[in-house]
Design a protein around this ligand. Sequence first.
Ligand SMILES: NC(=O)C1=CN([C@@H]2O[C@H](COP(=O)(O)OP(=O)(O)OC[C@H]3O[C@@H](n4cnc5c(N)ncnc54)[C@H](O)[C@@H]3O)[C@@H](O)[C@H]2O)C=CC1
Ligand SMILES: O=C(O)C(=O)COP(=O)(O)O
Length: 529
Amino acid sequence: MKVVITDPIDDAGIERLRKSGHDVETAYDLTGESLRSAVGDANALIVRSGTEVTDGLFEAAPDLVIVGRAGIGVDNIDIDAATDHGVIVANAPEGNVRAAAEHTVAMAFAAARSIPQAHARLKAGEWAKSDYLGTELNGKILGIVGLGRVGQEVAKRLDGLGMDLVAYDPYISQERAGRLGAELVELDACLESADFLTVHTPLTPETENMISTDELDLMGGGFVINCARGGVVDEDALAAAVERGTLDGAAIDVFAEEPVSPDSPLVDVDEVIVTPHLGASTEAAQENVATSIADQVDAAFAGEPVMNALNAPSVDESAFPRIRPYIGLAETAGIIAAQLLDGRISEIEVAYEGEIADEEVDLVTASGLKGVFEPLEWQVNAVNAPQIATDRGIDVTESKRLQSDDFQSVVTVRVGNDDDSLEVSGTLFAGGDPRIVRIGGYRVDAVPHGKMLVARNADKPGVLGFIGSVLGDHDINISGMFNSRRDEPGGEALTVYNLDDPVPDSAVETILDDDRMIDVRYLTLNGDE
Ligand SMILES: NC(=O)C1=CN([C@@H]2O[C@H](COP(=O)(O)OP(=O)(O)OC[C@H]3O[C@@H](n4cnc5c(N)ncnc54)[C@H](O)[C@@H]3O)[C@@H](O)[C@H]2O)C=CC1
Ligand SMILES: O=C(O)C(=O)COP(=O)(O)O
């Protein structure tokens, strides 16, 4: 498989991918057409914050399976577009957290003691000792906006250095904040009390410019640190607030546009200290995120769960071996169900009975949907199947029942519309052998594989012989067959055939022409033609 890496990652990740046998290409600092052509035949794309992964890029890379972000922030990746194209987006949310937290602490000290400014003047030959009277962090109040992974690590470190903590994060509990020694407050209260304000939220429409002129005015002094994302703090407002003395200073690692223009007001104001997005740039962090992403790319190629997928159903690694065989079974049940129902499908139910009902089945359900959509020839996989269902106005439900009447576990895909509905159930026999055990109201025992014919007919003598002879006339060999009768003798019957040879339309028509036949469908599974 081909992996294209468009922002520098640690060699450990590249080596891991090469060891797995992938063709790894690096193509840094590209934009526009050259970026599009670099990813044209990629199966995986690995980026950091330097590559904008847009809808257009997905269009240019039709074979992409996964975009791996060797780091945390995914604001540079159009995840909706990825989902539309059936591409997994995964990040590495753990590996650089400590690096980002340490950089934040370093920036707090650097701003409080004017280290960069003093350093520059001394290097220029000036002994400016009397110009710098710093601020101690000890005893001051740290306001944290966004108490997630990085925010919490910052809290622990600065609590240990004698700061008092307040935090604003509408999505975490008071109890969790309390465990970190932080008082959870509203944003205004956080701003009013903070001597140092540090932001650690992702950049979203909600957080963009959430700290602007009015918010900075509430601080009325102190320092603002942004080692999260450019644009969470309004850059012009921040530069102006420092310049007019509303704030004592600021320390900024991330910018709305990167690389930041030398003309940016933040670069211009002396009391604003800046670093070029270095929060994650430690050896340990880079090795962590690069290897984490390499492993996830490998998993995606192998069809295994991608641990930090952001747009695909996630599965616990330890549970995956238990649900794995049901992924294919649900897909097969979906394919069969979709081909046996007439008319547009407007609802799909994926139902679980028995032991499987006790598992995390999001991925199995998504595979059932994929199966239903596959015969409709929509470009679909388990990533975009739920989205496709929503886009097409198809109601999807999932149901679970811990009891199963006949088998250890049964997965059923039911498709329906206003006129009709049809369900196909499957189970796994010992050794993981998939079997279809119910089609519509019929109990069957059919091996779902390759070329199949499903026939519904009046339960009358000679019908099976008739179908067999039509197939024989067309040189079609029957490798397996299961006949099932519903109700009383003389009612309706359903027969599932496994065949060695394809069935031409003419054979289906000849069979259907017989009065005793109700319906005949030729299906192919597992990519068979
Ligand atoms: N400078 C650098 O090199 C690095 C920057 N980062 C950035 O740091 C930021 C935080 O990363 P993590 O802590 O890992 O993310 P996280 O997802 O663990 O935490 C984010 C927190 O922000 C909170 N939040 C979301 N919307 C909010 C809002 N409107 N107001 C207040 N809180 C809100 C969430 O509830 C969550 O607790 C991200 O933007 C990430 O990209 C991360 C690593 C390195
Ligand atoms: O992980 C993050 O969110 C970061 O901001 C790190 O960005 P980078 O990988 O250094 O471009």
